[in-house]
Design a protein around this ligand. Structure first.
Ligand code: NAD
Length: 499
């Protein structure tokens, strides 16, 4: 059985513990490897390694740090196929989608190549007589990232890209469900010229997370995962005096106005709802048609489109989506489908009991469509994170606007319409962090920032873009005066002002 170990100071690190987690092949349902689950000892070893090299890394000029990022980007491109297969083999997403996962992370690395420019401070010459003021962005020291299973390439890179380019040393605690790819990324960073110890990977579960949150020498924690855990990480991290950003779950709505191009809208929403088996925080699992006529037409088109979906092994080039990540997650999704029926929603297409020929034990869930879902239902209020599309009918624009605005999550939302005025008003008023206008998955590009509202994100600073650099640095402001000699000025006991 393959053993997946930690990565410390540029080498495989076994650590001292004796706990393991199973890593499945979601296509076959079989255990394919076991991952070591670290705890306080492994986290402490990683912090020690990081602390030892961070000052020198921070003192390396930013252009040289950026060159490591350029080389890492080149290596990602050169190894794209192998990386995508490795990712897909543990996650279950199809290869083309795995490449998208890596590419999205690579784009954050491209942005991080701009570190020399992004880290420049401000300068005011002659702020007072003979006085200059300047500010600089300085790294925090040792920082950590805790990531979810659903984007094992992109999300680690969201975090370690800007953090390392800014001069920090980084400890990554990836998801224990698909841990191989994050280690491979760390190896490629070493190959790209990153000094040993600047990027370390400690595998684990709650024990490793708690050790990170409690370690006094970790200055900031970036987390992405489900909301209850995000909230826990935020509270415990902040209580320990750390800077924390913690992104959580989602339930993104697609509002369809009567004037939308319905064929195009359905084509767009199919990928957003069912791509990656719905295991995306920017998936679109709720559609809100406005008006009965829109709802009826949309429902008929979805039924037809779903009949044309191909579910297959993650290596099947023609499959639209593959298995979900674990048997436990499959059971959770199927339980939500059962609950939806019990709550009185109409199950139009039932994906339960889906069996792949030749892969009967794989974690496959068929596409599922519910109609007449109501806001009071638990299956509407909670995140299912599977290939389940729910239709909530609205009578008016106002009612449709209210649904995502009042939902506990506020990650993404999309509106489909030909009416610019309505779209503009929707974007201005909706209580959600990322808005798409005829764009079903409005994930901002790497040079913008990513972050939801309400229970989709705790903390004030978004991921990547300029805010990524802001999160992983702090500002030092220097006020300097070089007296030219002459008479000693009078003592003053009044706060200096610019009166
Ligand atoms: P998860 O919350 O189960 O795990 C996330 C991380 O937390 C993992 O590293 C895991 O080991 C750790 N963890 C798990 N249980 C813990 C506990 N009790 N205490 C401390 N740490 C714990 O999330 P997941 O299932 O891996 O990922 C899916 C979730 O992530 C979904 O809710 C999805 O919406 C969310 N997500 C959000 C975003 C975003 O940017 N908002 C992006 C991707 C995924």
């Amino acid at each position: 059985m393959r053993d997946i170990a930690h990565y410390l100071s540029g080498k495989t690190f076994v650590g001292g513990g004796n706990r393991y987690g199973d890593v499945f092949d979601p296509n076959t349902g079989k255990v394919q490897a076991r991952v070591r689950l670290g705890g306080a000892t492994e986290v402490a070893a990683a912090v020690d390694a990081a602390k030892a090299v961070q000052p020198e890394w921070a003192a390396t000029n930013p252009q040289r740090r950026a060159r490591v990022m350029f080389e890492f980007k080149r290596l990602l491109e050169a190894h794209m196929d192998d990386l995508a297969h490795m990712l897909s083999a543990e996650h279950g997403k199809v290869i083309a989608d795995a490449k998208g996962d890596i590419q999205r992370g690579l784009e954050v690395i491209e942005f991080a190549c701009g570190a020399p420019h992004l880290l420049k401070g401000d300068y005011t010459s002659n702020a007072g007589s003979g006085i200059d003021v300047y500010s600089m962005r300085v790294p925090l020291g040792v920082v950590a990232g805790i990531t979810p299973f659903n984007f094992p390439a992109m999300i680690p890179m969201w975090m370690f890209g800007p953090a390392i380019a800014a001069g920090n040393a980084f400890i990554l605690k990836p998801s224990e469900r698909d841990p191989s790819l994050p280690v491979r990324l760390a190896e490629l960073m070493t190959e790209a010229g990153l000094p040993d110890g600047v990027l370390n990977v400690v595998h684990g579960d709650k024990e490793a997370v708690d050790a990170i949150l409690d370690h006094p020498d970790i200055k900031a924690v970036s987390f992405v995962g489900s909301s209850d855990i995000a909230h826990y990480v935020y509270q415990r991290g902040v209580a320990a005096g750390k800077r924390v950003q913690a992104m959580g779950g989602a339930k993104n709505h697609g509002i369809i106005l009567p004037d939308a191009d319905l064929d195009q809208t359905v084509a767009d929403i199919m990928g957003a709802a069912f791509g990656s088996a719905g295991e995306r925080c920017m998936a679109l699992p709720v559609v809100v048609p406005v008006g009965e006529k829109t709802a009826e037409a949309l429902r008929a088109k979805f039924v037809t489109a779903i009949a044309g979906l191909r579910v297959g092994a993650s290596t099947d080039k023609d499959a639209h989506y593959g298995p979900v990540v674990t048997a436990a997650h499959k059971a959770k999704i199927e339980n939500y489908i059962e609950l939806g029926v019990q709550e009185g929603a109409e199950l139009v297409v039932d994906g339960r009991g889906f069996r792949m020929q030749g892969l009967e034990d794989g974690f496959f869930v068929g596409p599922t469509l519910f109609d007449h879902v109501k806001p009071g239902m638990k299956t509407y209020q909670e995140e299912i994170f599977g290939p389940v599309l729910q239709m909530v009918r609205a009578e008016s624009f106002e009612q449709a606007l209210e649904l995502p605005s009042k939902h506990q999550y506020g990650n993404g939302v999309a509106i489909f319409t030909r009416n610019g005025e309505a779209a503009r008003e929707f974007a201005a008023r909706v209580e959600v962090g990322m808005v798409g206008i005829n764009v079903p998955i409005p994930v901002p590009l790497a040079y913008h920032t990513f972050g939801g509202w309400k229970r989709s994100a705790f903390g004030d600073v978004n991921q990547h873009g300029p805010e990524g650099f802001r999160f992983f640095t702090r500002i030092k402001t220097v006020t300097q005066r070089w007296p030219a000699g002459g008479p000693v000025s009078d003592q003053s006991f009044v706060i200096p002002t610019m009166k």
